[in-house]
Design a protein around this ligand. Sequence first.
Ligand code: GTP
Ligand code: MG
Length: 300
Amino acid sequence: MSQFKSGFISIIGRPNVGKSTFLNRVIGQKIAIMSDKPQTTRNKVQGVLTMDDSQMIFIDTPGIHKPKHKLGEFMSKVSKNALREVDAIMFMVNAQQKLGAGDEYVIEMLKGSKTPVFLIINKIDTIHPEEILKIVDQYKEKYDFAEIVPISALQGNNVDNLLNTLKKYLPEGPQYYPADQVTDHPERFIISELIREKALHLTRDEVPHSIAVEIEKIRRDEETDKVRVMASIIVERDSQKGIVIGKRGAMLKEIGTRARKDIENLLGSKVYLELWVKVQKDWRDRSSQLRDYGYRDDEY
Ligand SMILES: Nc1nc2c(ncn2[C@@H]2O[C@H](COP(=O)(O)OP(=O)(O)OP(=O)(O)O)[C@@H](O)[C@H]2O)c(=O)[nH]1
Ligand SMILES: [Mg+2]
């Protein structure tokens, strides 16, 4: 029998290319939040895929962009750090987007790395198959990729093939995590992210980027088996607070209803969710508040 294989695989690329969508698809569970807004992912999120003959640990990272504040700098560090000490790197691009300065920047980061880099052309469901070859040619000129794999993370096209190819690049190794563990993050983190996701989906412009979520309390009521979650949505200005609360609280109620459904799915029990909105002026540029909201420099 062949030996068990295991290893770490980083997923990097510009914002919005579908990194978290891919992670959730292969893990078969929502552990990383997704949205059509750029810069959705802010922390490193590890997803563990255990099979009979292998264990792949995927590392989802924040989309690489030019930081405009301390939060952006933190995100950028997280992404860069994820390139170290992994067995393979998936550089994901969006088939709909032209190879631009953002991709060139990522390619520069990859130069000098000894780790095999896969070019993943995602969202192929949105283009004509003939276009794929053109994209492949453009990227081939820029870097010597170990493999080039077109996929649709949303629809699942070619994802199994990608997993089989990745497996070939993994060394023989131990099973790092128990087979039933899908992520390294505690439930508390995922719950706060699910709330942030709903707030992201329902707001626009600068508001989604200005939101953080802080869990105040999670308590299971032994008698009813209901879980009570108390959380605050943090924004940067009073005007944003007004938007997140909405007319007669309608927006906050909608965020709560949507988040509660996802949290119930995650926990497998009924949830009672209480949300507040707080203003912390310019929190994205304040080190101590970044730490409070889970963007800690020592945790990437
Ligand atoms: N049509 C199509 N849309 C996709 C595909 N993969 C992801 N998307 C969409 O692209 C958007 C961004 O997806 P995410 O998974 O949040 O992207 P990301 O790369 O993690 O983004 P950041 O966390 O901001 O860096 C969402 O609206 C997804 O539904 C795909 O294969 N096809
Ligand atoms: Mg993401």
